[in-house]
Design a protein around this ligand. Structure first.
Ligand code: AMP
Length: 583
């Protein structure tokens, strides 16, 4: 049986889930983990590693690794790593390919179809880039769904007989989304959605990194440029400190050397939870606005919401929880692991698409998260002022939706109109995001006000199609929006698929060894000189055994290395055995 998998393609971590035996279930990767860091690395020999090994490599060789590329989806910006250039969809496709291989190993057969989640606030370009990444990974993308909608599906699936209103607050690594939903007798209705696409847990880490650097007399941007290895390692330290504030009042950040090494006698900087709250205060304030907007759009007060649900790793931060608690006057719920709930929901959506009997009593409706419209001109006295925005589909309209409006020519004998298509909430187009253009020609000449019809169709994937027609002649003009600069021809897509197919992954069976090697390379500088030699020798033996490929001898050397690590009191989160897969 071939499954449609559900994939949460996150800024920091990604995961894959499948719906089987009447339940959504997470798939483990080659390291036995359900979370795969969204990091891509290129080893010295040119082979590619994705996830945990790449994250290790990022600390020692940031120039060979790429991360947080989700933030570049839908833009023209490329990433250079190990001397090669990749687009954000290409890098995302490598993460997807890795997840796909894990799913194939777990399910014992080919996986060719997927549901992929995106932040609700992803615009048309970002959604298309995500779909494109799926195609580059050899996956047919059956549906793009909004992350908070997927989270809502997990809660709705488990609580489908309830009659209640839920608000989902989703703060991930790079994005923030708020979604209000009504559940009633198996029907899950998304009522409103709001968010910000550049606000997430990574911004909080950045604030901490900047604070520590400031104490050292450095600005973040300059340091990133001048001492990237120091900053890469310091970021790891700050990430650890940020997580420590969950339980500790005080965290210690060790300052690495310029070459990124963390010496035993490294300088230590203490940061209090209070100081962290202070430097991230502005970020916390930014959380309030979308929450207020989602409630207002739904005409709902905070006290009318039954459950407040937290999703996304960054909602674990006490300052975020406190803000939510204060806004709603009650304790937020976190019944499902906030890192996993979106991936599980993607699998529920996959089951809905595959008509799985376990979800045949469920119906889900989603909304368009932003307003879509065109540029128009207004006439004041005898003056024409352009640059105004006329909405055609209003935000929070249930999707799929198709709406038509009529517009007239401005001048006598005008035979052409260039429709400028925008997304956004501002009255003037300059403050909104331009999605594309559609030229309408052959309008019969006549006095001003000759009509054309403009139809906007927004589908379940959140992708917009614009159609214009001239009622008098019946002539039609259609565009599925593509941003010209980013548009690739079919031949270009095929070439990209080929190029990526040629990218060689480090063999899946051995990737856990590669991760161990990179881990030891990362921490070896922290080991006191007296003990370093034993570790160095064991590591060399491990490397030699890996190169020789003698598996039997190799298992013993690996075990030896783990013993040395443990005798040095170094914790290593090794491979976790997977429970037997049921097919
Ligand atoms: P996601 O994109 O949902 O995987 O969210 C990942 C983000 O959550 C990253 O920015 C992490 O730093 C953050 N995160 C995960 N666990 C914690 C924690 N215990 N405390 C603070 N932030 C966390």
């Amino acid at each position: 049986m071939e499954y449609v998998v559900g994939i949460d393609l996150g800024t920091t971590n990604s995961l894959c889930a499948v719906f089987r035996n009447g339940q959504p279930e997470l798939i483990r990767n080659a390291h036995g983990d359900v979370l795969t860091p969204s990091v891509v690395g290129i080893l010295q020999d040119g082979q590619v590693v994705v996830g945990a090994p790449a994250k290790e490599l990022r600390v020692t060789s940031p120039d060979r690794c790429a991360s947080a590329f989700k933030r570049l989806m839908g833009t023209n910006r490329n990433v250079s790593l190990a001397g090669k250039t990749f687009s954000a969809p290409e890098l995302s496709s490598l993460v997807l390919r890795s997840l796909r291989e894990d799913a194939e190993a777990a399910l014992g057969g080919p996986v060719t179809e997927a549901v992929i989640t995106v932040p609700a606030y992803f615009n048309d370009f970002q959604r298309k880039a995500t779909k494109h990444a799926g195609e580059l990974a050899g996956l047919k993308v059956r549906r793009i769904i909004n992350e908070p909608t997927a989270a809502a599906l997990t809660y709705g699936f488990h609580d489908r007989d309830a009659d209640k209103k839920l608000i989902i607050i989703d703060l991930g690594g790079g994005t923030f989304d708020v979604t209000l939903m009504q559940i009633f007798e198996g029907t899950l209705e998304i009522i409103s959605t709001a968010g910000e696409s550049f606000l997430g847990g990574e911004d909080f880490t950045d604030r901490l990194v900047a604070t520590v650097l400031k104490q050292l007399g450095m600005a973040l941007e300059t340091a990133e440029h001048k001492t990237p290895l120091l900053v890469a390692r310091l970021r790891e330290e700050c990430e650890r400190a940020k997580r420590a504030f969950l339980t500790e009042e005080l965290a210690v950040v060790r300052v690495p050397e310029e070459n990124g090494e963390l010496r035993e006698d490294a300088k230590r900087i203490k940061v209090s939870r209070e100081a962290f709250a202070k430097v991230s205060g502005e970020l916390v304030e930014r959380l309030r606005k979308p929450i207020g907007k989602a409630l207002r759009d739904a005409g709902t007060g905070p006290d009318e919401v039954d459950d407040v649900i937290l999703v996304g790793g960054a909602t674990r931060m006490p300052i975020v929880r406190e803000t939510v608690r204060e806004l709603f006057g009650r304790e937020p719920l976190c019944t499902f692991n906030p890192d996993e709930v979106v991936g599980l929901g993607a699998a529920v959506q996959a089951a809905l698409i595959a008509d799985d009997a376990a979800v045949d009593d469920m119906v889900m409706t989603d909304v368009c998260p932003f307003t879509l419209g065109i540029e128009t001109a207004k006439q004041f006295a005898h003056q024409t002022m352009d640059g105004y925005y006329t909405p055609i589909i209003h935000r929070n309209t249930t999707i799929p939706v198709s709406r038509e409006e009529f517009f007239g020519t401005m001048t006598a004998s005008q035979t052409e109109i260039l429709l400028q298509i925008y997304q956004g909430e501002s009255r003037r187009v300059k403050d909104n995001l331009k999605l594309g253009e559609l030229k309408v020609t052959g309008i019969p000449a006549g006095p001003p006000g000759q009509q054309i019809g403009v139809r906007f169709t927004y589908d379940l994937n959140g992708i917009l199609e614009v159609e214009a027609y001239i009622p008098e002649t019946g002539r039609r003009f259609v565009t599925v929006l593509t941003n010209h600069a980013r548009h690739m021809s079919e031949a270009e897509v095929a070439a990209a698929v080929e190029r990526l197919r040629a990218v060689k992954f480090y063999p899946r069976d051995d990737v856990k060894n590669q991760r161990l090697l990179l881990f030891v390379e990362r921490i070896i500088g922290e080991v006191p000189p007296m003990e370093r030699q034993t570790l160095e020798e064991t590591l060399t033996a491990f490397e030699a055994a890996m190169a020789a490929g003698d598996r039997e001898q190799f298992a013993a050397v690996r075990q030896g290395l783990l013993v040395v690590l443990s005798s040095l009191g170094i914790e290593y989160d090794d491979y976790r055995e997977q429970p037997d897969a049921e097919n």
